[in-house]
Design a binder for this molecule. Structure first.
Ligand code: ZN
Length: 179
């Protein structure tokens, strides 16, 4: 009876053993098999799309831009090329302010690699002034003690200096309580 497999469990009444032979580490180390190492080199490129590309360009200039849907009248930020309520293309660009209201927030002691932080970061969804209610961006809060943050708090963007901006959401360092 074949006994190369570790388990004695039966596969079925007709198939009583796994096909092929198990390769064991010992056999690999002994050079019983030809081993080929191959490292793939993967390169990716992608587009942000028409709406978000324009939004990112605006960030370089220290501006926030949304898209307006004339059917429902909403101004969407981050901007999208179509309205998910009406299933129609959005109509025009609208400059919104770089101020807003804390919609929700979380005090995080965890980095994005799951390691622990001693000093927390405050992650928040900020409803942007000039956009429709509930339209907001996810960003950091700063210049405030975590225990003092409240939903409904008015905040403003703290931008990086113009020469350091790259057309990324991190061109805004964080939002701080409005002065
Ligand atoms: Zn709409």
């Amino acid at each position: 009876m074949w006994s190369g497999w570790r388990t004695e469990a039966r596969l079925s009444s007709k198939i009583r053993r796994y096909p092929g032979n198990e390769v064991e580490l010992k056999e690999l180390n002994e050079g019983k098999y030809l081993v080929e190492h191959y490292e793939t080199i993967l390169r990716y490129s992608w587009t942000s799309g028409v709406a978000v590309s324009r939004f990112l360009e605006g960030l370089k200039e220290g501006e926030l831009w949304g898209r307006k849907c004339n059917k429902c009248g909403r101004t969407l930020i981050p901007p999208r090329a179509y309205c998910e309520e009406d299933f129609v293309p959005t109509d025009e660009w609208v400059r919104v302010r770089d101020t807003g209201t804390v919609n929700t927030f979380s005090i995080s002691y965890v980095n994005n690699d799951a390691s622990r932080r001693k000093k927390p970061i405050i992650v928040s969804v900020i409803d942007i002034d000039g956009a429709s209610p509930g339209m907001g961006i996810l960003h950091l809060l700063g210049g405030i003690e975590p225990g003092k943050v409240e939903v409904g708090m008015k905040v403003e963007a703290v931008w990086k200096p113009k020469l350091q901006r790259k057309g990324a959401i991190t061109d805004i360092r964080y939002f701080r309580p409005r002065r």
